[in-house]
Each structure stands twice: as C-alpha cells, then as structure tokens.
Design a binder for this molecule. Structure first.
Ligand code: ZN
Length: 198
C-alpha cells in the first residue's frame, strides 16, 4: 500500500541514495521540500545539476575545481616542488584551512583497498608519478591513518624511493583510523611539522 503520493515516494527513494541519509531522514527531507517555497526548491535542484555538470578535475593535482587548473596549482607563490598527497578534495580543504602549508597537492580520489577491489590503477597514482618527472623536492604523504591509507602510503613510498625524491609521512596527532577532514587545524599543523622520513 502506498502511503504517500507517487511523487513523494520517488523523491524519498532518490534522497535515500545519498550517503548518511536513511529512510527516515529521506522522508523528513522530502516533506520539508514539499513545503519549501517553489523558488527555493528550484535553486537547490539547479545548484545540484550545475555543480555536477560544471565541476571538473584540475589537470595538474586532480582536485575538484571550476577551472582547467585549480587556484592552488595556478598560484605562483605556492611551492610547486613540494607535493602533499591526499585521498580526497575534502582532505585538501582541511589542510588549506590550517593556512600553514605552502606547497601544492595531489588528490588520489581514494585509497588502495584490496578487499573492495580498489588497486593502484583505480586511484590517481599514475598521474602522481608523471608529475615527479618535473622538478620535485618532496612528496608528503597525507593519506588517512586507516588501513587503506597506510597501505597506500607504503605503496607510494616504495614507488618514489628509487627516484631519490624525499618522501615523508604526516605524523602523530592524527589518531589511528582518523579521517583528516574531521581533525582540527592545530592537530593537522602539528602532524605536518612532525612528519617523518619514509
Ligand atoms: Zn590543482
């Protein structure tokens, strides 16, 4: 038996696809939207479609950006010889918020996770190695301290070591299993300062 209108059911079904949104939350959001001013709903839907269509990957560091090259990569004041490797754009933002890091980034868009069938070729690793053909002094590995993040860090370090480029790993202060995006700025800054050679 359908309790709601078919339209509401469809909206609930679409919303519950989103991460962290269960059936109950989806229902609450759907009913909220039905009561929103029409223009607000159109603005929301428009923002979603536009973001999905217009946001692209930076050709250099692969973060999400509106331009071909992101504002960080195109900033000549940043140290382009220092590359911090992060798992996703949210982690990049976490480090940017510290205001302490002056190098550039490389966004992997994931981490190696054999149990989920995610191997080195499924993340932007090849692109990182290609960047090392240019003038690079140091690669700072700032993947999460989860098993996947550590596996990825080890893998990258083994790949880079033979090139003679300095490889470091952000240090203590980042709790085991901790996700970078949820860690405060002071802790992130300390982890960067106390990074260790790999
Ligand atoms: Zn970039």
């Amino acid at each position: 038996m359908d309790l709601y209108s078919g339209y509401i059911n469809r909206l609930i079904a679409e919303l519950s696809v989103l991460p962290g949104i269960g059936q109950k939350t989806a229902q609450r959001l759907a009913f909220y939207m039905i009561n929103m001013p029409k223009e607000s709903v159109e603005k929301l839907a428009g923002a979603m479609v536009e973001a999905r269509n217009k946001v692209k990957y930076c050709k250099c560091c692969f973060t999400l950006t509106d331009d071909e090259i992101c504002p960080i990569c195109s900033n000549s004041k940043r140290d382009h010889k220092q590359i911090m490797v992060v798992e996703n754009t949210r982690d990049l933002h976490a480090y940017e918020k510290t205001g302490r890091y002056e190098g550039v980034y490389h966004v992997l868009h994931g981490a190696i996770n054999p149990s989920m069938g995610i191997g080195p070729n499924d993340i932007r690793l090849k692109e990182l190695i290609e960047r090392l053909e240019h003038d690079v002094d140091e690669v700072i590995i700032a993947t999460n301290s989860s098993i996947e993040g550590e596996t990825t860090a080890m893998y990258i370090s083994k790949l880079i070591k033979p090139t003679g480029i300095r490889v470091t790993r952000i240090a203590s202060g980042v709790p085991v299993g901790g996700e970078l995006e949820y860690i405060d700025e002071v802790t992130l800054s300390r982890a960067l300062d106390a990074r260790v050679e790999l």
